[in-house]
Design a protein around this ligand. Sequence first.
Ligand code: PHE
Ligand code: NA
Length: 459
Amino acid sequence: MTTSVDHGQWSSRLAFILAATGSAVGLGNIWKFPYIMGENGGGAFVIVYLLCILSIGIPVMMAEVLIGRRGRQSPGNSVRTLALEACANTKWSVVGWVGILAGFLILSFYAVIAGWAVSYIFEAGSGSFVGASPEKIQGIFNDLLASPGKLVAWTTVVLGITGIIVGKGLKDGLEKAVTYLMPSMFVLLLIIAGYAAINGDFGATIQFMFYPDFSKLTYSGVLIALGHAFFTLSLASGAMMIYGAYLPQKTSISQSVMAIAIADTVIALIAGIAIYPIVFGNGLEATAGPGLVFVSLPIAFGQMWGGTIFGTIFFVMLGFAAFTSAIAMVESAVAWLVERLALERGKAALIAVLSLWLVSMLTVFSFTGAEWAKLDFVFVGKHVNNYFELIDHLTADVLLPLGGLATAIFVAWVMKRDVVQEELNLSDGKFGIWYVTLRWFTPIAILFVFLNLIGIVSF
Ligand code: PHE
Ligand code: NA
């Protein structure tokens, strides 16, 4: 049984775009994209990633926002309502449930990394990077990872703040924070990129990011690019469906989605251009993994004029960007608790963050290197060494693409075509291109990547 709850709506189209962009732009762009690009050889990975955004991410995002707006409930219940409307099996609602689960699992490690960003506000502000050698800066990062106390404390801070914001309800503050955050983050990233281009190895960066060498790209790299397209656009994780549920009826879904996807992609590319000149200019390894941005940018902040101030502001913004994403990851679970158990938002948020805190310890102790958090097996084409790697891979590379596949099939094959067209309100030509993509290209491409990995199909 589900109680019918009115969750309210965004105050305007802009409010939705801002909140959804806030959810999209986050650690995925600035922390994750640069390091997975480095681990997967650069340019060729970037091209596959961009193709995935265009031909899979954007169509799926439109499908999710559409489901949310027409269903007006938490993801599982929205899909259920639409399945009933289409006279189809209500089992389709699993599309929504898996999304809620994925959002929850992602936040369990995202909160830990957000904690690093928040702790670096103080690291930068106290001047620890000034004039420091790359070795010393690497040491600061290693010390953080070696300290379970610090990691637990910062993760607790992040989850606590997230719980408070979510508990207080959607619109207070969030819209305003994002209005100023996005433009200023963009400007600051440009400044850092400009500094890096002049003082670091810009030539090597352009070569690395934009000259594809397809011999460096593996099948698992293709899967990672696909998974990251979902992750970075906050897809298949409840977020876009629940934000769509608050969207006023008149807003154009397609235009909003394009704006969000463009902003997200541009910020990721600029993050790469800000980080890699410093990586190459200081002899760091592109394959350094999750620590990449936390080591490379502090080197630049330590050398540049005003670096203490720029560094502090940068990590404040990264922290904000992470919060606006964290909120989106847990919002659908909270909305569901409110619908299902008729809980107050505050209580629902408390339950969510307490359980998240427990699960987040798997990631904390993966980074401290605790024996019990170590793993050693291959899971869907990737060798995982600890719980963080398992949860990251399980969500980004498995749950999100499969959730996106199911969403595409549901909207393009199960829902009635005229219902979909009415919601999107696109002119026939534009609708046709999008619909054909979502109906054929998107599912086939996702399936192809998976089957390839399992070895059923090969080039
Ligand atoms: N898109 C966010 C980022 O790039 C992460 C995210 C995933 C947010 C899923 C919400 C839901 O950082
Ligand atoms: Na993103």
